[in-house]
Design a protein around this ligand. Structure first.
Ligand SMILES: [Fe+2]
Length: 220
């Protein structure tokens, strides 16, 4: 394995933004993310844990890129969701995450995909998804992606009882909402996405699921 270049998060963002002058592709950003190791200390302002839900913590955002940490208590997981037709790179920073990729087989409202600026209006209650693969994403291991060909997945902290995890997510373009799947009822719906903190400061919760009162900022 080639050695990684140690970099702080500010320099990472500066280097990432150089891609904005040319084409942003899954491959060129993946190569860059795989070539660096972001320092833990530079991420301290963006690491918050909540007892009830994983937290999304914005580090940088412009028209083309959104960069955040996601911080996971043991056992926390996302809904099965899409990426609104965008590309996502995930760097596992600490701990171990699991990823389950799904394939869309069909639904009773496929015409709802005929919308500009979103992947789908959602609103079906007969969605059919199939598990494609399950992957472990360990700190220091490969950078993972979601893209236009593989856009549906669920992420979770592999440790159910002990270890916290932190991952860094890069989206191009930024994603403000996505389709989420209620797997028990084969239903899909659009879900607004919010942040637990922005630029190092906690925010009044935009996500109804998270409560600002229960956050704990990590100290090392
Ligand atoms: Fe995702």
């Amino acid at each position: 394995m080639r050695s990684k270049h140690l970099i702080n998060i500010d320099d990472f963002v500066t280097d990432l933004c150089r891609f904005e002058k040319g084409l942003i592709t899954r491959e060129n950003v993946l190569d860059f993310c795989a070539s660096v190791q972001i320092t833990d200390s530079s991420l301290d302002p963006y690491v918050y844990f909540d007892e009830k839900f994983y937290t999304r913590n914005l580090i940088f955002r412009d028209d083309l890129f959104e960069v955040m940490t996601i911080c996971w208590q043991p056992g926390q997981k996302t809904a099965v969701h899409t990426h609104n037709g965008q590309i996502c790179w995930m760097i596992p920073q600490w701990g171990n995450l699991g990823v389950v990729d799904y394939k869309w087989l069909g639904c009773d409202h496929p015409e709802n995909q005929n919308v500009v600026g979103l992947d789908c209006l959602a609103g079906s209650d007969h969605t059919q998804l199939e598990v494609v693969r399950e992957i472990e994403a360990c700190a220091g291991g490969p950078v993972l992606t979601a893209d236009k060909l593989q856009t549906i997945h669920r992420l979770f902290n592999l440790s159910e009882t002990r270890e916290r995890a932190v991952s860094i997510h890069i989206y191009s373009r930024p994603i403000d909402s996505c389709v989420a799947f209620d797997m028990e009822n084969n239903r899909c719906y659009r879900r607004q996405l919010g942040y637990f903190s922005k630029y190092g400061e906690t925010v009044a919760q935009e996500e109804p699921v998270a409560s600002a009162s229960s956050f704990v900022q990590i100290t090392r």
